[in-house]
Design a protein around this ligand. Sequence first.
Ligand code: KG4
Ligand code: ZN
Length: 352
Amino acid sequence: MRILGIESSCDETGVALVQADAGAAPPRLLGQALHSQVQMHEAYGGVVPELASRDHIRRVLPLMQQVLQQADCALEQIDCVAFTRGPGLAGALLVGAGVACGLAAALGKPTLGVHHLEGHLLSPFLSADAPEFPFVALLVSGGHTQLMRVEAVGRYHLLGETIDDAAGEAFDKSAKLLGLGYPGGPALARLAEQGQATAFALPRPLLHSGDLDFSFAGLKTAVLTQARKLGPELEARRADLAAATEAAIVEVLVKKSLAALQQTGLRRLVVAGGVGANRRLRQQLNAAAERLGLRVHYPELHLCTDNGAMIALAAAMRWQAGLLPAGSRGEGYSFAVRPRWPLAQIDTPATA
Ligand code: KG4
Ligand code: ZN
């Protein structure tokens, strides 16, 4: 079974092809291509939805051709076309969904509308050190921060989530306050490497709340207050403030992840989403895992941020598990995207 995956939920156009066989063997990646719109949105300090949609239109077909060439696969050899149904930007999602359903209709093959977060949380299954079910998943992206108990493909139980900003958003907004470009997360992390994390005492929101929820909006305000206090001194202290910000976010993520493992009695953690690329987060989780005899799995670095491979993979694993996402199977190839789609409602039918 060869599944083509198309991701277009935000500012990355990703296309990939995976091979999945019936049974338990993890699907294999046959080819993938990605175009990031970061440079285009940089001038505006964030993603401009209309520009994102138009760029997806320009990129998706050339990327698909690239992937098929890489994999030495003819269009007719594709057995199924998967696409990100949501959550994400409505216009951007419609591009991927439209192309996927158009292609599937032309080929007479089925389509699968995939949940973007399911793609992220299954993405470590494409790495050499693939996890085993069940596990706790820490999903940390630009729009989401969630801890989940994952029993199997399609069986996700929410343990806790952010009540305001996501971890990636905290990175991005703090980076903006420090005068770093967009997207701020990687830039802030790079600057933090030259700074002293203990130079400023920033809050660790909800660290001792006793539950597994997060809150990052207050941290951004604390960074702003600190930056204002520094005034002209900020320039010289930027690396220290970046390091302190990163340390605050990472400490909360690590402590809550460990608490989730303790609460569920599970000994395996999967980290997914863009913030999962953060080096300090990985170092601290790895150190804690070694100390406590736990296992931590990450997607390969290039699969941490949005990509087509995780969408093709999620569709492949659903197919292997005998689960087809709601609204799939190409009913007349009409389609609906779901810009807002809680993972807990993954199996409710897609309505426009
Ligand atoms: O998963 P993703 O690519 O897109 C969403 O679905 O949101 O995540 C993007 C987020 C952005 O907020 C970005 O700043 C953050 O991940 N990010 C990082 C790093 N790399 C990406 N944050 C901290 N450290 C990094 N190294
Ligand atoms: Zn994402």
